[in-house]
Design a protein around this ligand. Structure first.
Ligand SMILES: Cc1ncc(COP(=O)(O)O)c(C=O)c1O
Length: 419
């Protein structure tokens, strides 16, 4: 194999003793490749980011819910959150017990709430009406409430999940009503939670939000835990030298805030965070093969087999992903040029990379789309009746295992009823 452009995976030894061109040939493309060692490292980074003793990291499985990866995350001592009954179901399949799952509901039906309750999973509600609904379904039980601390953060307006312009969380002005409903249904408020948004690269907004969250917590003296949310970012432009989030500095600030709050609160509560991306993004590279190269009115298009049905982040959020180039043949790339890399979906928005300078790409090259382990496979679809890809895992031993088979045409028949 020729390494045409492989800076990031060389540095991180992403492919261990494997060769991406051979992996693509053996398992087909597109294929999500995960590295177990990197996944474990990210879990440990977060577990050890503070010295505060009662600190729990919940992996936000919405970022990647492949059960094999969830099993690894669990073996690192993390717990999980869930955003739907389906996630609870998959998490249990991966071995998580009821008390290791935290269901953060949003506009859920009686049936969904009942499912979580019957599975013994703690539910967080995010509106007054949902709290009433919960009270009617499970009077006398434990519940949590997601508050909106009034501070948001994130890389795109679509992922800012707190502050004055989002649908999430309970506005603290409703605390008197919250107390009345808790009392009426004899509910115990076990915890409060927030999630201010996704992908912050400095912890400023996160730390700022803690002030508001703690002010809310002080109005509920019997809490067991406070969940501070996720959103910890990763550097998607690392090949250009983008620095990672300074976890050490952020950890120190969080530590200080937690110890100070505990003193004021009069005891040490459990504090939780619920990061998704930070844990799984960097352990995933999506391999794709180039099938066509063309010029359209002076623009060079590299056509590969990864459409937005396989990786949706670029079309949803204009997200940037680093791209590497691996080549099976001996032909070198003579020059660098600006290219647009597109997929095989019948939509002009099906663009993975726009106008980027890269070494010349040839048909048959394998592209490695970096940092694809979060919000990758989980957002994939059968749009255009295309098949969802396979997922493979490079184990710490260097062995490669398939952790999800590629779909087949027969899968497209599932649940269909013909006239
Ligand atoms: C409630 C909640 N918790 C956790 C997360 C995980 O966010 P991230 O992957 O940015 O850490 C999200 C993502 O949007 C979320 O909505």
């Amino acid at each position: 194999m020729q390494k045409i452009y492989t800076k990031v995976t060389d540095q991180t030894h992403f492919f261990e003793n494997q060769n991406p061109v051979e992996l693509a040939a053996a398992y087909g493309t597109p294929v999500y490749v995960y590295n177990e060692r990197i996944l474990r490292e990210r879990c440990r980074d977060l577990k050890n980011m503070v010295t505060y003793p009662k600190f729990v990291v919940d992996f936000s499985a919405k970022a990647n819910s492949n059960p094999a990866l969830l099993q690894i995350v669990r073996s690192e001592g993390l717990e999980v959150d869930a955003m739907s009954p389906g996630e609870i179901y998959i998490e249990k399949l991966a071995g998580f017990t009821s008390d290791e799952i935290f269901y953060i509901g949003n506009n859920v039906s009686d049936e969904e709430m009942q499912y979580a309750i019957s599975e013994g999973v703690l539910v967080s509600v995010d509106s007054i009406s949902q709290l009433e609904r919960y009270g009617r379904l499970a009077p006398g039980s434990r519940v949590a409430i997601r508050f909106n601390p009034g501070v948001g953060a994130g890389h795109h307006e679509k992922v800012v999940t707190a502050g004055k312009k989002t649908k999430f969380g309970v506005d603290p002005v409703f605390i008197p009503q919250v107390k009345e409903i808790l009392e009426r249904f004899q509910l115990t408020l076990a915890g409060i939670n927030q999630h201010i948004g996704s992908l912050f690269m400095t912890g400023d907004a996160f730390v700022k939000s803690l002030g508001s969250l703690f002010a809310i917590a002080k109005q509920f003296p019997e809490l067991e835990f406070i969940d501070m949310g996720g959103g910890f970012g990763i550097p998607y432009k690392k090949e250009d030298g983008e620095a990672p989030l300074d976890l050490k500095e952020l950890g120190m600030k969080i530590d200080e805030a937690l110890f100070k709050f505990s003193e004021q609160y009069g005891r040490q509560l459990t504090f939780r965070i619920e990061p998704g991306r930070y844990i799984s993004a960097e352990c995933g590279v999506l391999l794709s093969e180039v099938h066509s190269i063309k010029y359209n009115y002076n623009n060079k298009y590299i056509g590969c087999d990864t459409g937005f049905n396989v990786l949706s982040r670029p079309i949803l959020y204009d997200s940037y992903h680093g791209v590497e180039i691996y080549r099976g043949s001996d032909t070198p790339s003579e020059r660098e040029e600006a290219v647009t890399i597109v997929g095989n979906i019948c939509e002009s928005g099906d663009i993975l990379v726009k106008d980027r300078h890269l070494p010349e790409i040839q048909e048959g090259d394998i592209l490695g789309i970096l940092d694809a382990g979060a919000y990758g496979y989980v957002m994939s679809s059968n749009y255009n009746n295309r098949l969802r890809p396979a997922e493979i895992l490079i184990r710490e031993s260097g062995e490669v295992v398939v952790i999800r088979e590629r779909e087949t045409l027969d899968d497209l028949k599932n649940h269909l009823v013909l006239l």
